[in-house]
Design a binder for this molecule. Structure first.
Ligand code: ZN
Length: 437
């Protein structure tokens, strides 16, 4: 019996390939002996596929992308020439910009045979990581915080993020749409090396499409600057998701930064001082001048943030969180600032400014018949060491590769008020923006 069964089995195995050959329309998929990706963060990702028998392959296409929360997600498709029995392609991120650590990469290969049949390998995924550091991670309430410098940095900043999330949800009704990952670098410089083409003054970056936030927080700055910045950046990310617009809608900067400043918690000494001084001297800036980028000058930038905080705080106190949510959603739907404000509150930006000023005991500002928005300079920014301020921002330079759209990070310069740290630096370039404190 046994020899008989063995013979039968061998015969079956021997015949099997013949059957496949005899039925050309039912070819089996090419045998893949290796399907790997190697990440050299943040410079490149190399895809490698090896086949047992490449002779029947007439065309191969690599399809890849990163998982994002975007209005339009287009995967890269790259035709690759066979070399021996392998296919290899390198995504050079030094040309395209790079996704942040924590982003999920997926890929698959489409292999077409000479007879036209196409086989697609199963979609593979991997989380891109920044292996230059030994990360530790703590998690709570949908927030995962990765850090490597300083013993208590992780738990302290996680607690701040959780508190910030609570403020956003309870005071403003702005909830996170998914889990968020923070990567806390030991310094702004180390953080900037994780993002190609980032402004050299950036202290933090929120990649809302990936639910990832990068911030450079020196352990000595954790208690004040670090905790405020974590809450501030989390607010930008949550706001970007809650108010996501696929029709070109945008938020005025005073609203964007005001929400982030409120999310930081109780106003800092700097904010209180700015407001007291401005009320005393009647020195606030016209609200319409805070629609675009904030002033670059340090003191003016600080006042812009503090004023934004005061205006949003006024809207929340006087009209509640539902109205604020409605405003954000109308702006996301593409309505203009005046149109959305009027629909929700019954006044436009000039009316808002007058009501807010009245709440502070100030007379209405003399508003010219034709509102003339002031031009804004780019935002300054700074590195850590002081107070945080932050600015929203349009897509920074870091982003889209020709092949795969990577990201449109919002850079908040975690600036600190003492610009000193930025050392002579300063190239504030681009249209981006930001800042923080
Ligand atoms: Zn900001």
């Amino acid at each position: 019996m046994r020899p008989f069964l063995l013979t039968l089995l061998l015969l079956t195995l021997a015949i099997l390939p013949l059957r496949v050959q005899a039925a050309p329309l039912v070819r089996s998929a090419p045998t893949v002996t290796r399907n790997e990706v190697h990440v050299d963060f943040p410079n490149s990702v190399t895809f490698h596929l090896e086949l047992a028998d490449p002779s029947a392959i007439s065309r191969a296409v690599l399809v890849y992308s990163t998982r994002r929360f975007a209005c339009l997600d287009v995967a890269g498709r790259v035709p690759i020439e066979l070399s021996g029995n392998s296919l290899e392609w390198q995504w050079v991120m030094t040309r395209s910009g790079n996704p942040p650590p924590g982003a999920e990469l997926w890929w698959q290969w489409e292999l077409t045979l000479a007879d036209g049949q196409t086989f697609t390998t199963p979609r593979q995924t991997m989380i891109i990581s920044d292996d230059r550091f030994n990360w530790r991670v703590v998690s709570e309430a949908g927030i995962h915080l990765h850090w490597y410098a300083g013993e208590d940095v992780g738990p302290i900043l996680l607690a701040a993020a959780v508190a910030g999330r609570q403020t956003l949800e309870e005071e403003m009704g702005i909830a996170l749409q998914a889990d968020v990952r923070f990567y806390i670098y030991g310094s702004s410089q180390e953080m900037r090396r994780a993002v190609l083409y980032i402004q050299d003054w950036a202290g933090g970056v929120a990649f809302s499409e990936y639910n990832v936030i990068l911030i450079g927080v020196p352990p000595r700055s954790v208690a004040d600057w670090g905790t405020r910045t974590v809450r501030h950046e989390l607010a930008h990310l949550a706001l970007a998701q809650f108010g996501q617009s696929c029709v070109g809608g945008r938020r005025p900067t005073w609203l964007e930064e005001g929400v982030a400043m409120v999310a930081e918690g109780a106003p800092s000494n700097r904010v209180r001082t700015d407001l007291q001084t401005a009320v005393h001297n009647d020195a606030f800036m016209p609200l319409r001048s805070l629609v675009g980028a904030f002033p670059a000058h340090d003191a003016a930038a600080s006042l812009a943030y503090s004023q934004s905080y005061s205006v949003v705080n006024f809207l929340l106190a006087a009209y509640g969180r539902e109205a604020l949510q409605a405003l954000i959603l109308r702006l996301a739907a593409g309505e203009g600032d005046d149109e959305a404000l009027t629909a929700v509150y019954g006044f436009n930006m000039d009316g808002l400014e007058s009501s807010w000023r009245a709440s502070l005991g100030l007379p209405p500002r003399q508003i010219p018949p034709t509102p003339t928005p002031l031009t804004a300079a780019l935002i300054p920014t700074i590195a850590p060491s002081g107070l945080p301020q932050s600015v929203p921002t349009p897509p920074a330079a870091a982003a889209l590769p020709p092949e795969v759209p990577v990201a449109t990070p919002a850079i908040c310069g975690l600036g600190l008020i003492p610009l000193i740290l930025l050392a002579g630096a300063s190239k504030r370039k681009t249209k981006s923006t930001r800042q923080p404190v």
